[in-house]
Design a protein around this ligand. Structure first.
Ligand code: HEM
Ligand code: HEM
Length: 218
């Protein structure tokens, strides 16, 4: 076994079936959620559809006031945000299951354990030091993502239970946090996709299939 194989920062590590199933399920459900956000923020934006509803009905001989047209446009937008909320509940469940997986999976598979190993690793050569730095940076982005997603889930739940007393007063603030943090989630996804594709095309070939089959690559 070469030294790179036994290095705790080589990215040549296995992923348990639980984490792989979790990753790809989360990817699909999050993509569905982001699709609702995309349509809710573009095609179905209430403000942009008021004139559309008015002209559509005008053609049928019905004249609607701005307020009446807004109610119709808002109804369609609401349907989409309801869907976003239901998908959000599934995402909350998946986030919770990720925490349970972390507790339940074998020690060497734990993100916490891998991070601690990398932090305690002291290579002498420049290559080893660079690998260590890169590994810690990558795993830190995962920890940052889980933290940010917890904020999305908690603020999302607060928005979903807007009729319950404490959340009623916080609605505006929760909405602002929820809307603001979304951009960090997009940044993570972009960084992650560029990162894994670059890694796979470079010296960490097979990292993506490793997330599918779960075996060591060499
Ligand atoms: C990364 C994932 C998510 C993104 C990018 C996202 C994004 C958004 C955005 C942009 C809005 C509109 C905010 C506004 O215009 O004020 C929104 C609303 C909302 N989100 Fe999320 N969200 C995510 C996850 C969640 C989760 C996990 C939940 C949990 C249930 C959730 C529940 C809600 C609710 C209830 C609303 C208000 C809908 C309404 O206005 O009726 N979201 N979300
Ligand atoms: C919504 C999009 C995605 C999100 C939010 C996401 C999130 C994550 C997270 C949080 C991890 C760390 C898992 C852990 O706790 O150990 C991870 C690992 C990984 N993801 Fe994704 N992922 C996404 C899409 C993808 C896609 C499309 C690919 C493949 C092209 C991919 C490939 C990988 C690989 C190879 C790893 C393991 C990398 C390593 O060993 O450090 N991901 N992903």
């Amino acid at each position: 076994m070469s030294s790179i194989d036994s290095s705790p920062v080589a990215f040549n590590e296995t992923h348990s079936p639980a984490i792989r199933i979790w990753h790809w399920t989360f990817f699909i459900v999050l993509t569905a959620s982001l699709t609702t956000v995309f349509f809710g923020s573009t095609l179905f934006k209430t403000r942009d559809n008021i004139g559309f509803v008015q002209t559509q009905l005008q053609d049928k001989g019905v004249t609607l006031s701005k307020d009446q047209a807004r109610a119709v446009a808002h109804g369609f937008s609401d349907k989409l945000w309801d869907l976003h909320t239901w998908i959000g509940y599934v995402l909350c469940g998946l986030l919770l299951s990720r925490f349970i997986i972390e507790i339940a999976q074998p020690g060497e598979e734990k993100l916490r354990h891998r991070m601690r190993n990398a932090l305690g690793y002291r290579p002498d050569d420049a290559g080893g030091k660079a690998d260590r730095k890169h590994y810690i940076l990558v795993k830190s982005t995962y920890l940052a993502f889980y933290t940010l997603f917890t904020v999305m889930a908690l603020t999302g739940l607060g928005l979903a239970f807007e009729d319950t007393p404490p959340f009623k007063q916080w609605h505006r603030t929760l909405g602002q946090i929820h809307s603001f943090v979304q951009y960090f989630i997009y940044a993570f996804i972009l960084l992650h996709l560029v990162g894994v594709v670059r890694a796979d095309l470079g010296k960490r070939r097979g990292i993506v299939s490793g997330m599918i089959h779960g075996k060591k690559r060499y």
